[in-house]
Design a protein around this ligand. Structure first.
Ligand code: FES
Ligand code: FE2
Length: 434
């Protein structure tokens, strides 16, 4: 892997340096990686490394956790467990979003216990009934009669939104390059009107594999022959394309792609939608990539028949054939924005070998199930794809945990897996001062 010097990459300021034995341990694991090859087995099996990833990657980078339509009204909240940190986000009555550590300032109980709910004007810890306002201030200490100490507030978590996507960062001083991503991505995302959407369906699955396997699997389509439903709409051409080396069916698919591309670009131009690729996958803490992709068939949506699943299009979009705007952010999310629906995927590690993948389908807030969209048609392709991916990840976790496992070479079409490894090493070296 190609690591850049940590000093240029902006380690979180004021963060305590990692303990020396852990630094030496992680440095020696990183030193055993071969550029252009899969990660060695300990990257999926080693507990101290996993603890370091939680603290220095998940604890210090911007993480996508939810979309704004998941907390549409004042008082709506969602809770998350990020490594050892329980947190929540809450919508205030003025429409702003707060994010806090879900740890009571009395004796530490979690305050909000459900995955989601409505808090009302105040939050109350269920243990001794300390109460808080939605700015995190203590406004009552239960039945003790003690006056709340003004300086004791719920610890805040940094929160930012990007065109309806909610990101949090647990670091004291988060990476300052989020606003650059915001500025570059807003013209791509805003036309899809996510803030005017609603959740049609959310599905949580647990993949029995390390979080990096979930991410690596998402960063390549070399395995996409295992996704027959997805391939009805997705052209699986990523990285260098060499038609000379294609099979006859691949060449036919490539010919369809080549003839669809100019038609699609004309439609994007007419709708005023940017489509150029932006690839910022390493050399910065808040790494991301976007590209508007042509879809096969009717080119409208990621459905079995490639037509829109919701006839009420997102935002003010009028043209159903827009392909998909693919977007992903390191270390934990990917997205598809279509004309008729948006899909968000948030992953969070649960344990070293277990990872939560939360998929959310969003449609226009005015779309009515049964009248404007059919839930089965909307969700069937990605439900099938998620199940297939979960099996790939689980099998790789088992196989790569074997003492007999040796990392193999990464193919040209898997170049984004390689770039994920570069980012991963850069960020660990920068944050751990290796
Ligand atoms: S722990 Fe929350 S009120 Fe006691
Ligand atoms: Fe996949």
């Amino acid at each position: 892997m190609n690591a850049s010097p940590s000093s240029s990459l902006g380690a979180s300021r004021h963060a305590a340096p990692a303990a020396e034995p852990l630094r030496r341990h992680v440095a020696s694991l990183l030193g055993a990686c071969k550029p252009g090859f899969a990660l060695p087995g300990p990257f999926f099996t080693d507990e101290p490394l996993y603890a370091a990833e939680l603290e220095y990657l998940f604890g210090r980078h911007w993480l996508f956790v939810a979309s704004e339509p998941e907390i549409p009204e004042g008082g709506d909240y969602r809770t998350f467990q990020i490594g050892p940190w329980p947190i929540f986000i809450v919508r205030r009555d003025d429409g702003s979003i707060g994010a806090f550590h879900n740890t009571c300032r009395h004796r530490g109980s979690r305050i909000l216990l459900q995955d989601s709910g409505i808090a009302g004007a105040t939050l109350q810890c269920p243990y001794h009934r300390w109460t808080y306002d939605l700015d995190g201030r203590v406004i009552g200490c239960g039945a003790t009669g003690e006056a709340p100490a003004a300086q004791r507030r719920l610890k805040p978590v940094h929160v930012k939104t990007l065109a309806g996507l909610v990101f949090v960062c647990l670091a004291d001083e988060p990476p300052d390059d989020f606003d650059d991503m915001l500025q570059r991505m807003t013209p791509y995302l805003a036309p899809h009107g996510l803030t005017r959407a609603k959740v049609a369906k959310q599905v949580d699955i647990i993949e029995h594999g390390n979080w990096k396997l979930t991410i690596e699997n998402n960063r390549e389509c070399f395995h996409c022959a295992g996704h027959p439903e997805l391939l009805c709409s997705l052209f699986d051409f990523f990285g260098e394309i060499d038609p000379e080396r294609m099979s006859a069916p691949e060449r036919a698919t490539y010919a369809r792609y080549q003839s669809a591309r100019p038609v699609q670009e004309a439609l994007w131009a007419r709708a005023g939608l940017p489509w150029a690729e932006i690839e910022q996958l390493h050399g910065r803490p808040t790494a991301f990539r976007t590209e508007r992709l042509v879809l096969d068939g009717a080119g409208e949506s990621m459905t079995a028949d490639t037509r829109v699943a919701s006839r009420r299009l997102l935002g003010d979009l009028k043209e159903p054939r827009l392909g998909t705007l693919h977007f992903h952010t390191q270390p934990n999310a990917w997205f598809h924005f279509l004309s008729d629906h948006a899909l968000t995927f948030a992953t969070l590690p649960l344990e070293r070998g277990r990872t939560l993948v939360r998929s959310t389908w969003l449609v226009h807030a005015d779309a009515q199930e049964g009248r404007d969209y059919d839930l089965e048609k909307l969700t069937s392709v990605w439900n099938a794809t998620n199940a297939q991916d979960a099996a790939f990840v689980a099998e790789t976790q088992r196989g790569a945990s074997s003492p007999a496992y040796e990392p193999g070479p990464i193919a040209a079409s898997e170049y984004m897996v390689k770039l994920f490894h570069v980012w991963y090493e850069e960020r660990l070296r920068a944050e751990m001062r290796l």
